[in-house]
Write a protein that binds this ligand. Structure first.
Ligand SMILES: CC(C)(COP(=O)(O)OP(=O)(O)OC[C@H]1O[C@@H](n2cnc3c(N)ncnc32)[C@H](O)[C@@H]1OP(=O)(O)O)[C@@H](O)C(=O)NCCC(=O)NCCS
Length: 169
């Protein structure tokens, strides 16, 4: 499945909304209900103006209008050597290698564009087997560093593991 990945812009809010109401994305983002359209669109537009975040959308070569995945790169205020990644793939397109390509893209993009960045970081729930596989397939190292995150909607605490990959410029 051929894809391309590009930075999102204002016209993409409809496609972004479609990704964020997908049941798997709602669940893994820690929510019980999908986001409200107006609120999500306001949030999306605000994100695009942030200096510390870049949002990318993933598109199919043969049907580019409707994005099938997303990627955020976050610049961390308290750790200027690292960039953190978050990503997702629409349920209809999972298990086709797209998640693996997204993380490969994140690495190549950071290596090419942020020459002072030393580390790419991903935090993954211990229950998210697919995402752990994606990071491992991209040669990330599973660290001993963990953090607990409270999923308010589920009143449940989950453990996240830190995955890292060095960037050798
Ligand atoms: C995690 C996610 C991005 C993976 O995307 P994807 O396009 O399905 O990933 P890929 O197809 O590249 O590879 C996933 C790997 O996990 C496996 N996998 C997929 N779903 C799985 C599941 N439920 N249980 C176990 N393994 C699973 C696939 O078989 C594949 O492994 P393989 O190459 O050994 O066969 C996608 O499941 C998703 O969007 N989930 C919801 C949001 C999310 O969790 N984001 C990541 C937060 S850290």
């Amino acid at each position: 499945m051929e894809i391309f990945i590009e930075i999102a812009n204002e016209e993409d809010y409809e496609g972004f909304y479609n990704l964020k109401i997908d049941k798997n994305n709602v669940f893994w983002s820690g929510f019980k209900k999908p986001p409200k359209k107006k609120k999500l669109n306001e949030w999306f537009l605000k994100q695009l103006s942030r200096q510390d975040r870049i949002i990318f959308l993933v598109r199919l070569n043969d049907n580019p209008k409707k994005p099938v995945g997303y990627l955020y790169l976050d610049f961390l205020e308290d750790d200027i050597d690292s960039i953190s990644v978050s990503y997702g793939v629409h349920s209809d397109f999972m298990g086709k290698g797209i998640g693996t390509k997204i993380i490969a893209h994140a690495f190549e993009y950071v290596r090419a564009n942020y020459t002072t960045t030393k580390l790419l970081v991903g935090w993954v729930s211990t229950k998210n087997i697919a995402s752990m596989k994606v990071f491992k397939k991209n040669n990330f190292i599973e660290t001993n560093e963990t953090k607990k995150v409270l999923l308010v909607d589920f009143n449940e605490e989950i453990t996240m593991i830190k995955y890292i990959k060095n960037i050798n410029h």
